[in-house]
Design a protein around this ligand. Sequence first.
Ligand code: LLP
Length: 412
Amino acid sequence: MFNNSIHFEGAQLACDRVLVSDIVAQIGTPVYIYSLPRILANFKRIQAAFPRAHIHYSAKANANLTILRSLVQAGAGIDAVSGGEIYRALAADTPPEQIVFAGVGKTSQELYYALEQKIGWFNVENADEGRKLDRMAYVANTTAQVALRLNPDVTAKTHPHIATGHGAAKFGMTADAVRALLDHADETPHLRYNGIHIHIGSQLHDTDATAEALQTVRDLIAPYPQITTIDLGGGLPVAYAPDEEIPDLDSFAAVLNPLLEGYEVILEPGRAIVADAGMLITRVLYTKEQGGQRFVIVDAGMTDLIRPALYDAHHEIIPIIRNEQPTDAVQVVGPVCETTDVLGRGINLPPVQPNDCLAILTAGAYGMVMASNYNARPRPPEVAVSEDGNSWYLVRHRETWQDLIAHELDVT
Ligand code: LLP
């Protein structure tokens, strides 16, 4: 939640050396604010813990161009999961060979685009996809470097919605399917099977499941010397509450690094790079008490940050001006016409008034990227605090009502 970048300066919440209240005074609410210093510090911490790994930032966590560019300039590659994310990565000047393309259902159009752009890796998830990519590479007169995605059949300790490595999940293929492709590599001559890919889940709460999956990978690929790279996916966790116990980076590194010996390594962290570098600032509209509940109604909702509604995820919520009065447990809710439009249950807040601003913390990952226009609500703007921490700039405009109808064809 709090760190070197997101902290209080006196009574004022600050992002590095910028006061949140200054940004809000100019941009209004709701608004996402990101600290580039914190994002780069997180990236460097992961690099230091896994010195031999190539870090491919998972753009799905937060795909704002400024963030992508900043990380790419610092040496990160990108993990993209759609043609659109590859397009974004290239727009942020990612060298194409530094892009890995994952995804359970890649279309022909996306595969063709990725081939044409000569991206570094295709993480292939089933035999049909492999055959399709092989034919397309033949037509495009090229070869594609492939990491086969294994479903290692381990159950990660995390929220069931974000566990991906158990046998019943749609992701990856069985060890037998991987072996079959490697044993018949001559049938797909335009693919170079150089890697194996796993991603067992996000916000991993222990290191055991990843270690188990990695051991499965090692056993599987031992007879295939052409497999020189292991792509371990993402999943490094962050604490969303002061008492949330998660293994730290060093624990993951201590368990995983020895198992990665002898291989080139790719990591695809998303959340661990951006989550605690971002916050969503919202304004109190009303307060009311009913049904034994105290409601604080704010101008952000599930359309801006869906994690609490979708995963029952917890985010700390605090006033942007420090308030030492006794706190009370409240529900912070949005304006959307859905009962599940709750940003926080049992949030301890001091008394707040309409117009006070609140910060929803640890919202840099899977916040804006999952925002929607439900209820015809424009998506919020994004602000980044500069790499030196001294200034800020708008990095995405607030959407307008005109934007909301811009793609519609009114034919009546
Ligand atoms: N690589 C692959 C193949 C993935 O599927 C994911 C995340 C990542 C990397 C990045 O994982 P991370 O390091 O961020 O844990 N919307 C959910 C999270 C969904 C994660 C999907 N895949 C949330 O808000 O918690």
